[in-house]
Ligand binder design. Structure first.
Ligand SMILES: O=C(O)c1cc(=O)[nH]c(=O)n1[C@@H]1O[C@H](COP(=O)(O)O)[C@@H](O)[C@H]1O
Length: 230
């Protein structure tokens, strides 16, 4: 089983994203890409289609969170874009998650965001959405997502281990909050290196700034892969 490393294309527009990707033209296999809100809201589905035509695996990170009917319709629209992964918030609840699963079609994998990797324990309590600890909340939401038929979770690597222990074997554990040793954590609160994420049982990585802001992004990407694939 090959576990993916998604490069987060957090760029403001297609021009800068294309310039970035030009550096990877000789890299084979092509890296998997995560298109998030900034790029999608700027360029819309056309840029996603362009990347698909070039053969990239696409993770569309729109973190859907709305009433079940609206999310169901959104997922049905997104399924037509032929992307491979899509995020939605587990906190949207079982009915919302189930409606998304019903509308996703055969080839799209749904990933439920548990607690954002930018959240510390303190940030989470400040929202007053739960009195559970961060770990308890992540595990609870992971189990809820599994029950609703979602394909896996987004969490920090720190929670991947407990999710692995308490969910079925094929349940995906994709982890952002990844930094190469020595890189700044920026706005992230729960970060690990790719090596630590692998040891904690992650089954996929999302890496943004450690690659996109590196002096030589291709070298940084290869360092991530080297740590990840041991
Ligand atoms: O769903 C995500 O991908 C996501 C969830 C989460 O809890 N934390 C998180 O950082 N992400 C995304 O992962 C990427 C991380 O970027 P870097 O911090 O630059 O590596 C960003 O595109 C975030 O939107």
């Amino acid at each position: 089983m090959v576990y993916p490393v998604f490069i987060a294309l957090d760029f403001p527009n297609a021009i800068t994203a294309r310039q970035f990707l030009a550096q990877f033209k000789d890299i084979s296999p092509k890296p998997a890409l995560k298109v998030g809100m900034a790029l999608f809201y700027a360029e819309g589905p056309d840029f996603v289609k362009e990347l698909r035509q070039q053969g990239y695996t696409i993770f569309l990170d729109l973190k859907l969170y709305d009433i079940p009917n609206t999310v169901g319709q959104a997922v049905a629209s997104i399924a037509k874009l032929d992307v491979q992964y899509l995020t939605l918030h587990a906190a949207g609840g079982e009915k919302m998650l189930r409606r998304a699963v019903e509308n996703k079609g055969a080839d799209l994998k749904l990933l439920a965001v548990t607690q954002l990797t930018s959240f510390s324990e303190e940030d989470m309590q400040q929202t007053q959405l739960t009195t559970a600890s961060l770990n308890e909340s992540v595990l609870h939401l992971a189990k809820l997502a599994q029950k609703a038929g979602v394909d896996g979770t987004i969490s920090s690597p720190f929670e991947a281990q407990i999710i692995k222990q308490q969910t079925h074997d094929n349940f995906l554990r994709i982890t952002p909050g990844i930094r190469l040793a020595g890189d700044d954590g920026n706005d992230q609160a729960r970060i690990t290196t790719p090596t630590q994420a692998r040891q904690f049982g992650a089954t996929g990585l999302v890496v943004g700034r450690s690659i996109t802001k590196a002096e030589t992004p291709v070298v940084a990407y290869q360092r991530v892969l080297a740590e990840w694939s041991i």
